[in-house]
Design a protein around this ligand. Structure first.
Ligand SMILES: Nc1ncnc2c1ncn2[C@@H]1O[C@H](COP(=O)(O)OP(=O)(O)O)[C@@H](O)[C@H]1O
Ligand SMILES: [Mg+2]
Length: 308
């Protein structure tokens, strides 16, 4: 930690020494109060309350078109909300650009990462924020320091790569996401937004990304993890917000919701029931064998609804 570039090391990293307990909650880093967004007359998001706390993972779940990307675009400065409030450190904000959000420590890792696959890992780590040495006009890239720092920072996050000279494109999808997460942490992110980081990955690679989400949380970041996979969410999540057609269908702390209940919310329990009845009427489908319905005659031991 002492060897990190002082210009690039934020106060946040210092306040929160690695290995210490999760920081005492000082209120949400980011908060949405009745926030919404319309694109022309399409209301993509409406009346959403959400709080992002340091050292916690807030999962945002929902089917395609539920409004997940719209939600994070508001927080990350790509779009502006058209109703309600967005607060950072308790102060209402309205970001005009992602740069303004970044200046407040809100970093977003998109699924289509803004990276250069043919460039070495360390170059991508510093892309757009290269370290230099020497005075103008003979200033040049400080390659040795960038390599050393990238290596240290990746190791700090538990990411060990054989060779930082290898082109980023040769890494697996999970490793690339991990490098992007480590990069955001290094450049002082307090809030890390991940838009469906596991959507295109297999089971093992998803595990890699989930591990680094947990590592970011351990370092005291507030993480917003967008996914439509309740199993992935439940492995790392502290809070679960389920969007349906632009509104919050569920907002629950981990202690208030089981994986089964979360899965049922995601599957759209009621809709699935209706579908089963239709299939039953159509005939030829063994509806008892279909998953999800609470009254589907599950064997004993399945907890009933509403036990939370
Ligand atoms: N730029 C846009 N212009 C118009 N409608 C949009 C735009 N972006 C998203 N939408 C609409 O808003 C709704 C939510 O989309 P989105 O936030 O992308 O959902 P998700 O990420 O959960 O799949 C969808 O109905 C989508 O068609
Ligand atoms: Mg989306």
């Amino acid at each position: 930690m002492t060897t990190a570039d002082p210009q690039k090391t934020t106060a946040v990293a210092e306040k929160d020494p690695a290995g210490g307990p999760a920081p005492e909650d000082t209120g949400p880093l980011v908060e949405l109060r009745g926030a919404g967004k319309s694109y022309g007359n399409i209301r993509a998001l409406h009346g959403v309350d959400l709080a992002v706390h340091p050292g916690r993972v807030t999962c945002v779940l929902g089917d395609n078109g539920a409004g997940k990307s719209t939600l994070i675009k508001i927080i990350s400065g790509l779009h502006q909300h058209t109703e309600g409030e967005v607060l950072v450190d308790g102060t209402p904000v309205r970001f005009n650009t992602p740069r303004e959000a970044l200046a407040k420590g809100i970093a977003t890792v998109y699924q289509d990462l803004a990276t250069v696959p043919l460039m070495p890992v360390w170059r991508n780590f510093f892309l757009g924020s290269e370290m230099t040495k020497g005075p103008w006009p003979v200033r040049r890239l400080d390659i040795a320091r960038m390599k050393r720092t990238a290596d240290e920072e990746l190791r700090n996050m538990g990411i060990v790569l054989d060779d930082l000279e290898q082109p980023l494109g040769t890494l697996s999808g999970g490793q690339r996401q991990s490098v992007a997460i480590a990069r955001a942490v290094y450049f002082g992110a307090r809030v890390l937004i991940l838009d469906e980081p596991t959507a295109a990955l297999g089971v093992k690679q998803s595990g890699v990304v989930l591990k680094y989400i947990a590592a970011a949380r351990e370092r005291g970041l507030g993480v917003i993890f967008i996914t439509h996979n309740p199993h992935h969410a439940y492995l790392v999540g502290d809070h679960f917000s389920v969007l349906r057609l632009g509104t919050l269908e569920l907002s629950a702390a981990r202690s208030e919701v089981s994986l089964e209940q979360l899965t049922n919310h995601m599957a759209g329990g009621a809709e699935l029931d209706a579908l089963k009845h239709e299939l039953e009427r159509a005939g030829g489908v063994d509806v008892e064998a279909l998953p999800g319905a609470p009254d589907a005659g599950e064997p004993a031991g399945t907890p009933s609804e509403g036990t939370a």
